[in-house]
Design a binder for this molecule. Structure first.
Ligand SMILES: CC(C)(COP(=O)(O)OP(=O)(O)OC[C@H]1O[C@@H](n2cnc3c(N)ncnc32)[C@H](O)[C@@H]1OP(=O)(O)O)[C@@H](O)C(=O)NCCC(=O)NCCS
Length: 184
């Protein structure tokens, strides 16, 4: 796979839509990522600066064009307010495997937004993009993310010990997966 397409038509339901990031999101994304849970459980740096964010935004298009990652913003369906981030990443194309990762701004949590976003993008990844397996990795302490995985129909497969390096420490992660047969 070379260039990753944006979902067309864009993925949306009555509450959220998934759309490309824009320059106008920098301020809200900066405010969102000051929250302690995001750097704790993702690769977003601690005390992310606006410059870090701009680097992330600048890296998006090359990564998408190289078939490495598809980063999307989660926005309010009516308001277009930035609610969070969701990406497909860590592809292994010969085996048609990929991973899904996400975070929500603190102001968007606790009302099912992550579940909606993961449902929309995971179905698209399996049905339209043609992945045969989509993985979701959650820190063992990240109960909220594990609940999102379960609510979206992912199967909990087990514990990957010392799987990930984050903030200078190794972390165990719980691995979940979704395959096309789970969608029927
Ligand atoms: C993970 C995240 C996206 C979930 O957002 P959300 O869907 O709005 O989360 P909610 O607050 O609705 O919680 C989801 C579920 O987890 C439960 N939950 C939330 N916080 C929890 C906690 N600290 N302990 C146990 N369960 C918790 C909720 O009760 C809910 O379950 P329910 O629907 O059965 O009631 C959000 O917490 C986040 O952005 N965290 C920081 C970044 C992150 O962890 N990203 C994922 C990396 S794998």
């Amino acid at each position: 796979m070379t260039e990753l397409p944006f979902p067309d038509p864009p993925l949306a339901d009555d509450t959220i839509r998934l759309r490309p990031w824009s320059e106008a999101d920098v301020d809200a994304a900066f405010r969102a990522t000051q929250d302690a849970l995001i750097p704790r459980f993702t690769h977003v740096p601690e005390r992310q600066t606006e410059e870090d964010l701009r680097r992330f935004l600048d890296a998006r298009e090359p990564a998408r064009k190289a078939g490495e990652a598809l980063p999307l913003a989660i926005a309010g369906a009516q308001t277009d307010e930035l609610l969070g981030s969701i990406s497909l990443l860590r592809f292994e194309w010969p085996e048609r495997r990929g991973e899904i990762g996400y975070w929500l701004a603190p102001w968007a949590r606790g009302r099912g937004v992550a579940t909606r976003a993961v449902r929309l993008l995971s179905r698209w990844a399996l049905v339209e993009l043609g992945l045969a397996r989509l993985a979701l990795h959650a820190d063992t302490d990240n109960q909220a993310s594990q609940r999102v995985a379960e609510r979206c129909g992912f199967t909990r497969e087990g514990l990957l010990r010392s799987f990930e390096e984050r903030k200078g420490r190794r972390h165990d992660v719980v691995v979940f997966s979704l395959v096309p047969a789970d969608l029927s």
